[in-house]
Design a protein around this ligand. Structure first.
Ligand code: AR6
Length: 205
């Protein structure tokens, strides 16, 4: 727990009611970045980003939580998508979830021996998900901490890549089309990692 940073980044409890409360999430980088600790399935944002696997047919972790909350129709749509490559993303309807769309991205299974390749794939997840959000005219996107659970990516390195990829996108032409990018953390290790790294990429405004 770092006192100064916890003042800067209030980790808010999620309110399942539509959009309003999210605007209160501590915002930095001209209000375009938010951070929330909690369950991503409760967020009524444009898109939530699922940490899926190449089959897109469901699994454990946040993927399991999203499929449970969306209901059985989600996997039926996923079955029509023909899977997804590592570092890439596909989009579906949300079914029973309160968001407008679900973006399924496939993070790398972390392997220290292939660190550079893992980093490129993880950047690809964030970039492709942001692109899909813009292409679908969605204004807000909430990311789970891709690859940091079952796929074993160390949280500090993953948070740095997430921030760097999002910043690069927001600095580009398409970045102006998004109102807000929200990082959703669930476990303390990821909340700590984002508290450390966010101010370096997005100085509080
Ligand atoms: N809301 C937000 N974040 C969550 C939630 C939730 N409800 N539940 C877990 N997390 P993981 P991966 C966090 O393991 O590492 C699946 O089986 C969790 O704390 O879900 O990319 C897929 O099908 C962690 O920080 O995804 C794949 O086979 C983050 O979500 C594989 O796991 C990602 O952890 C993907 O592994």
């Amino acid at each position: 727990e770092i006192p100064t940073l916890s003042l800067l980044y209030k980790l808010k409890k999620i309110d399942p009611s539509p959009l309003g409360p999210l605007n209160d999430a501590m915002a930095v980088h001209n209000g375009q970045i938010g951070i929330i600790r909690g369950d991503i399935t409760t967020l009524a944002v444009g898109a939530i980003v699922n940490a899926a696997n190449k089959s897109l047919l469901g699994g454990g972790g946040v993927d399991g939580a999203i499929h449970r909350a969306a209901g059985p129709e989600l996997v039926l749509e996923c079955q029509t998508l023909g899977g997804c490559d590592t570092g890439c993303s596909k989009i579906t309807d949300p079914y029973k979830l309160p968001c407008q769309k679900v973006i399924h991205t496939v993070g790398p299974v972390y392997n220290l021996l292939y660190r550079k390749r893992c980093e490129a794939a993880l950047r690809g997840c964030y970039h492709s998900a942001l692109q899909l959000a813009v292409q679908n005219e969605l204004k807000t996107i909430a990311f789970s901490a891709i690859s940091t659970g079952i796929y074993g990516y160390p949280s500090p390195a993953a948070a740095r890549i997430a921030c760097s990829a999002v910043k690069d996108f927001l600095d580009g032409e398409d970045g102006k089309k998004l109102d807000k990018v929200i990082f959703v953390t669930y476990e303390e290790k990821d909340a700590n990692a984002y508290s450390q790294i966010l101010p370096r990429f997005f100085p509080p405004s």
